[in-house]
Design a protein around this ligand. Sequence first.
Ligand SMILES: C[S@@+](CC[C@H](N)C(=O)[O-])C[C@H]1O[C@@H](n2cnc3c(N)ncnc32)[C@H](O)[C@@H]1O
Length: 221
Amino acid sequence: MQEDVTLEGFHAVKHALRFAPALVRVVTVTSLEGAERLCRDLAPDVAEPLLSLAVEGPVDHPTGVAGVAARPPEDHSVLTARTAPLVLLDGPRHPGNAGAAVRVAAAAGASGVAVVGALDPWHPAVLRGSAGLHYALPVLTCEVGELAGPVVALDAEGAPWERLPDDAVLVVGSERAGLSPAVRARADRVVALPMRPGVSSLNLATAVSAALYAWRLGAGD
Ligand SMILES: C[S@@+](CC[C@H](N)C(=O)[O-])C[C@H]1O[C@@H](n2cnc3c(N)ncnc32)[C@H](O)[C@@H]1O
């Protein structure tokens, strides 16, 4: 088990309690009454676990709710076998983009999010961007050499979109440099999301979102 992480805000605590309740260690609220109201209005399903852990104290978040949860051990099995696409972020620089990618990966039903490069996918700023949805699927670091299965890399100059296989590794490149040479060499296909002429590229989390929802909705079948 690795170090604990901070859950900033009601939604982060809510998602961690929903998807990995055993990992949530501490919930702090500025007011028990306020927390009860938030649960009643937004997420009655987490009222019982949240309020049973909640202790009043100072919270530096507008929702008045924060928490501490264990960082789960990394599940590397998803790198080699899966029934839904694994998202691979190839050298992302901005934690907010990585967090947004985790959030949409969880929403679309991806099997996990892996990061190649220096960014820790459990950095507090990445967790902030995912609203605690790190607890809904495996989020880990990896090396390109660990990947098995079809690798489909996204690039604005790639070939026309085709249906993403369910067991694909879906790769997006970094904000400035795009795909790394190592990922290009490993990719079975490099495909583009069509854009209006004159637009250079999508934000990386937006590209993940478009590709995963094309998969989920069956585009290209
Ligand atoms: C901001 S873009 C990187 C732009 C960078 N200047 C480049 O040369 O690729 C970040 C990543 O989003 C993905 N991406 C952005 N727009 C895309 C598109 N229209 N089709 C496929 N992938 C796209 C690619 O994986 C890209 O590496």
